[in-house]
Design a protein around this ligand. Structure first.
Ligand SMILES: C[S@@+](CC[C@H](N)C(=O)[O-])C[C@H]1O[C@@H](n2cnc3c(N)ncnc32)[C@H](O)[C@@H]1O
Length: 270
């Protein structure tokens, strides 16, 4: 608790010059925080939280939190570690070592800074690289991933690079190499826990994994909000097939089913 409090105080101290306050307000109480105006992308960057975790990451962490006992002492890897928050959650759950891989320079800096400020630097390593390349030949007890797998062509969305969420026209641009390389990086008895949009074929993922002796099960399904600016980028054929199935629209508002999927050798996943 103290570590978390110290972490936020340090972040606020660092960012104080980058924020704008209503005249006369002092940052002396939590009520003063509400006087911070406006919470723009620029300001969140100044606070060191440019890589704002999404609902996908939240759901992933929720499932990982139910695996507490299994994670104690585990060697864990996250592919696409972004803000580093999933690794931080895994460390808080008792993981013995943390390894992050991300393609973006900014993710390496932000993830490393988060883990250092939370006191996990000694057990953590984050490397820049493509997918499995930095961990060739290495195996892990748990592998987590919230990969970019939104079916769309590469465009920037909400100030994030295309590599944040674009999965190519079928959403599988990164998902497929992840699934193909997974078996070679799982330690005996190891598992993976990943996000998997329901509008990206789970059956195809299942049959790809079967070829490597792995099976999957849905650990949780939740609804995620798809802002209209993102919905218009969705590959039209996917929208055409999935609307009313895994994509639910109410006027201008759209939601989609999203699974948290657990993967392991058949018979070892609960
Ligand atoms: C949806 S974000 C998830 C981030 C993280 N879970 C979080 O909440 O901060 C996907 C991440 O995958 C990374 N990424 C994209 N392509 C990658 C690749 N080929 N290899 C490794 N990481 C990649 C992106 O840079 C981004 O940080």
């Amino acid at each position: 608790m103290y570590l978390v409090f110290t972490y936020f105080v340090n972040r606020l101290k660092k960012s104080i010059n980058g924020l704008r306050f209503e005249s006369g307000s002092l940052l002396t109480s939590s009520s003063a925080l509400s006087k911070v105006i406006p919470v723009s992308d620029q300001n969140t960057r100044a606070m060191g939280v440019a890589m704002r975790p999404s609902e996908y990451t939240a759901a992933l962490i929720q499932v990982l939190r139910t695996r507490g006992a299994r994670l104690h002492g585990a060697a864990v890897l996250e592919i696409g570690s972004g803000s580093g928050v999933v690794l931080a959650a895994l460390a808080a759950l008792g993981a013995a070592s943390l390894y992050g891989v991300d393609i973006e320079e900014e993710a390496i800096a932000e993830g490393s800074s988060l883990l250092q400020e939370l006191g996990y630097a000694d057990i953590a390593r984050i490397e820049r690289g493509n997918m499995w390349a930095p961990v060739a030949g290495r195996r892990f007890d748990l592998i987590a991933a919230n990969l970019p797998h939104f079916p769309m062509h590469p465009v920037e969305f909400k100030d994030r690079l295309p590599s944040w969420s674009c999965g190519g026209s079928d959403g599988r641009h990164l998902l497929n190499p992840f699934l193909d390389g997974l078996a070679a990086h799982l330690a005996p008895g190891g598992h993976a826990v990943i996000t998997h949009n329901a509008f990206v074929s789970l059956e195809l993922s299942r049959s790809m994994l079967r070829q490597h002796g792995l099976s999957l099960r849905i650990a949780q399904t939740c609804l995620v909000y798809i802002p209209v600016e993102k919905l218009v980028l969705l590959t039209p054929s996917v929208l055409g097939t999935e609307e009313g199935k895994s994509i639910h629209r109410y006027g201008p508002h759209a939601f989609a089913d999203m699974h948290i999927v657990e993967i392991g050798v058949a018979g070892t996943i609960a």
